[in-house]
Design a binder for this molecule. Structure first.
Ligand code: NAD
Length: 257
């Protein structure tokens, strides 16, 4: 079903987004990769997706926190069949010390950006009466942790926004919009938090990593980008036609406690 579909994955130069882009390409999708990073590394990723999967893969380097850049990216992508809103950033501080510019950056990247991409991609999906939107939210879209005011607010907002778009897209053919809520996945975003926690608490990084898992994940394990990507592929298929407006956890038991 996914052969020759066009999929945009925001923030696919690293971590979970990269895993999703690779898996969708393996399923036969033409891919638009997006995100920041080293130019040569991005080109290597782009060309290896094309070569290994026999699909078309282009890079559009929009800063997704900027609406005009998002509008251009969606236009340049052509007919968008699958939109995966994945790009995200983190900043950790108690609310009284939370810098205003960090609040704005986290909200614009983790919440407003998905509003922009959906605003510009949904009309085409409605016209073609077909589409899949998957928003990578977080366990922090369902429950809170201290120190993460902006991230938790943005991810809860993204879960709500997912429900609104699911309702607005319903009765327009076969369009669904869902959120995936991962727990800890070992990516650069989380590696930085492990490093920061180790430095703050005078522990080794191995100890900080173990503590992070024991605090939240019932089986003390990380999920992988490939596992998140597996659910994305399922949600893009016909079997998932009746799943819309859902917030689906892949969190090793974090939010069932
Ligand atoms: P990551 O840091 O490895 O990757 C983030 C990606 O977003 C990168 O490609 C980066 O270049 C891109 N990006 C950041 N700001 C951007 C902008 N303004 N415009 C375009 N691209 C931008 O992080 P990750 O862990 O892979 O996270 C991916 C998503 O998954 C995020 O939304 C994150 O909140 C969510 N998430 C991650 C975890 C986890 O444990 N890693 C858990 C739950 C949810």
């Amino acid at each position: 079903m996914l052969k020759n579909k066009t999929a945009i994955v925001t923030g696919s130069t690293s971590g979970i987004g990269l895993g999703i882009a690779q898996k969708l390409a393996e399923e036969g999708c033409n891919i638009v990769i997006n995100g920041f990073g080293d130019k040569d590394a991005i080109e290597k990723e782009r060309s290896s997706i094309e070569k290994n999967c026999g699909v078309k893969c282009i890079y559009l380097g929009a800063d997704i926190s900027k609406p005009t850049e998002v509008e251009k990216m969606i236009k340049d992508a052509g007919d968008v069949d699958i939109l995966v809103n994945n790009a995200g950033i983190q900043f950790v501080a108690p609310i009284e010390d939370f810098p205003l510019e960090k609040w704005d950056a986290v909200i614009s990247t983790n919440l407003s950006a998905s509003f922009y991409t959906m605003k510009y991609a949904l009309p085409g999906m409605k016209k073609r009466k077909s589409g899949r939107i998957i928003n990578i939210a977080s366990a922090h879209g369902l429950v809170a942790s201290s120190g993460k005011a902006a991230y938790v607010a943005a991810k809860h907002g993204l879960v709500g926004l997912t429900k609104v778009v699911a309702l607005e897209a319903a009765n327009n053919g076969n369009i669904t919009c869902n959120a995936i809520c991962p727990g800890w996945v070992l990516t650069p975003l989380v590696e930085k938090q492990i490093k920061d926690n180790a430095a703050k608490e005078g522990k080794s990084e191995a100890e900080a990593k173990e503590e992070m898992l024991k605090e939240k994940q019932a089986n003390f394990e990380f999920a992988t980008p490939e596992q998140i990507a597996g659910l994305v592929v399922y949600l893009c298929g016909e079997s998932a036609k009746s799943i819309t407006g859902a917030a689906l956890s892949i969190d090793n038991g974090w939010t069932c406690q």
